[in-house]
Write a protein that binds this ligand. Structure first.
Ligand SMILES: Cc1cc2nc3c(=O)[nH]c(=O)nc-3n(C[C@H](O)[C@H](O)[C@H](O)COP(=O)(O)OP(=O)(O)OC[C@H]3O[C@@H](n4cnc5c(N)ncnc54)[C@H](O)[C@@H]3O)c2cc1C
Length: 379
C-alpha cells in the first residue's frame, strides 16, 4: 500500500517544491555555515500554509493529517533540502502535538497558534546529560509550590533550543528517576532558565542544538500539559509521529542520493566510458534504488495504519529501523560513487552522508527500536 495520491496532495507537493526552490536552495549553504535557519523562514512557510500541515485549522493549522506531513517532509528533501532543514523548520512537529492532544485552549492560544503562524519557535526537551534512551529515568524535577512548579535540572541535545521561545519540557513530578513525568511549557526569559552553549555537530549544521539549564525556575501550573504524572504516556503517544518523520527523512534522503548518484554516474566517464555503463555500477545503483523504494513503501504503509488509529508501536519501530538501514547503505554508496568529489563540501551527497548519521540515534536509537520490536514479538 502507498499513500493515496489525490489532486490536493499533488498540489501540496508542488507548493513544497516551489517553496524549497525559491526560499531554501539559494540560502541553505549560508544557513549551514551560520548554524541555524532564520526566523523569517518560519514566517514565510507559515504564510503559504506549509508550517501548519498536519495540524487542525481549529488550532491555527492548515489541516491535513500525518500522511500530508510525511509528503511535505519527503518533498522538502527530494527537492534538494535536507533532514537538518526539516529538524530546524519543523521542530514544532515534536514541540506542539502534546498541547493539541490535551485540548488546552490556554496553551493553544499562547503557544500553538503563534508557532503555526511562524512568529514563535518551540522545542521539545526530554534528553538529559545522564541519558536519553531511558525516558522514565528523567531527573529534572518540578516541585509544586502553590500555583507554580519550581523546576531544577538540565537537558541536552535540544533541537532549536538556541532559537526557541518556549520549550515543552519533560519533568519528574515525583522524586527524580521515579518515572512520574509531566510536561511543562517553559518560556525563554523565565528567571533561572538559561541556554548553554550551542552544540557543534557532525551534521544537521543548519539546525541549532542546545544544552538547557533550569535553576529554581518558577513555571505556572497553567503551563502543565494535561493532568500531573501523565507525561510519560503523552511522550510515548507522540513518539509514533516523530519516529515516522525520522523514517521519512531517512528514505527521502536515500531517494535523493539515488537520484544524485545516478545523474553523476551518467555524466562521469572513467577509462573512456560513463560509469553508468559498467555492470558493477549499474547493479550498485539498482540495489540503492531497491532499498530506498522498499523503505518508502513500508514507511507509507505503517503511516497509513497510524493515521487510521491502529496500535502499531512495533511496526513504527520497524519502519524507522528499515528506513535508517536503507539510508545508511545508500548515502555511503552514493558518496563512494562520487569519488573524491563526494568528500567535498561542494557535493550535496557529502551533506546527506553527515546528516543521515543522526537518524538512527534521534527519537529513539536503533537499539531501542529493536527492544520495542523484541517486546512486540513477546520476547
Ligand atoms: C542532533 C541531535 C538532536 C536531538 N534533538 C533532541 C530534541 O530535540 N529533544 C530531545 O529530547 N532529545 C534530542 N536528541 C537526543 C536523542 O534523542 C538522544 O541522543 C537519543 O535518544 C539517545 O540518548 P543518549 O544520547 O542519551 O544515548 P544513551 O541512552 O546513553 O545510549 C547510548 C548507546 O547505548 C545504547 N543503549 C541504551 N540503552 C540500551 C539498551 N537497553 N540495550 C541496548 N543498547 C542500549 C543506545 O542505543 C546507544 O547506542 C537529539 C540528539 C542529537 C544528536
Amino acid at each position: 500500500m502507498t499513500i493515496v495520491d489525490t489532486p490536493e496532495r499533488r498540489q501540496l507537493r508542488e507548493l513544497t517544491r516551489a517553496f524549497v526552490t525559491k526560499e531554501v536552495l539559494p540560502y541553505l549553504d549560508d544557513w549551514e555555515r551560520a548554524g541555524e535557519v532564520p526566523r523569517s523562514l518560519h514566517e514565510t512557510a507559515a504564510k503559504i500554509g506549509l508550517l501548519g500541515i498536519g495540524f487542525p485549522e481549529s488550532v491555527g493549522g492548515s489541516g491535513g493529517d500525518l500522511l500530508d506531513s510525511i509528503l511535505v517532509t519527503e518533498e522538502v528533501i527530494r527537492s534538494g533540502g535536507s533532514s537538518g532543514l526539516i529538524a530546524a523548520l519543523f521542530t514544532h512537529g515534536i514541540a506542539l502535538p502534546h498541547m493539541v492532544a490535551a485540548c488546552d485552549d490556554g496553551l493553544i492560544g499562547r503557544y500553538v497558534r503563534p508557532t503555526l503562524a511562524g512568529t514563535m519557535i518551540g522545542a521539545l526537551a526530554i534528553t538529559e546529560p545522564d541519558g536519553g534512551s531511558d525516558v522514565a529515568g528523567i531527573r529534572t524535577c518540578a516541585r509544586r509550590d502553590g500555583d507554580h512548579y519550581v523546576v531544577n535540572g538540565s537537558k541536552t541535545y535540544i533541537t532549536s533550543g538556541v532559537r526557541s521561545d518556549f520549550v515543552t519540557t519533560a519533568v519528574c513530578t515525583n522524586f527524580p528517576g521515579s518515572g512520574s513525568l509531566s510536561l511543562l511549557v517553559i518560556e525563554k526569559g523565565t528567571p533561572g532558565f538559561t541556554v548553554g552553549r550551542r552544540l557543534e555537530k557532525l551534521g544537521w549544521h543548519c539546525s541549532d542544538t542546545a544544552e538547557l539549564s533550569f535553576v529554581d525556575v518558577r513555571v505556572p501550573v497553567a503551563n502543565r500539559i494535561g493532568p500531573e504524572d501523565t507525561g510519560f504516556l503523552a511522550i510515548m503517544q507522540q513518539f509514533a509521529t516523530e519516529r515516522l518523520s525520522l523514517a521519512t527523512q531517512a528514505y527521502a534522503t536515500a531517494q535523493r542520493c539515488v537520484e544524485l548518484a545516478t545523474r553523476w554516474c551518467r555524466d562521469r566517464s572513467t577509462f573512456g566510458r560513463p560509469l553508468a555503463s559498467r555492470q558493477l555500477v549499474r547493479h550498485r545503483l539498482a540495489e540503492m534504488h531497491t532499498r530506498a523504494e522498499a523503505a518508502r513503501v513500508y514507511v507509507h504503509d505503517v503511516a497509513e495504519r497510524v493515521a487510521a488509529g491502529e496500535p502499531v508501536v512495533t511496526e513504527v519501530a520497524m519502519a524507522k529501523n528499515v528506513a535508517v538501514a536503507a539510508c545508511d547503505f545508500v548515502v555511503d554508496a552514493a558518496l563512494q560513487l562520487h569519488g573524491g568529489f563526494g568528500y567535498l563540501r561542494d557535493a550535496e551527497v557529502e551533506r546527506h552522508y553527515r546528516d543521515a548519521r543522526i537518524l538512527g540515534i534521534g527519537g529513539g536509537t536503533t537499539e531501542i527500536m529493536n527492544e520495542i520490536i523484541a517486546k512486540g514479538m513477546g520476547l
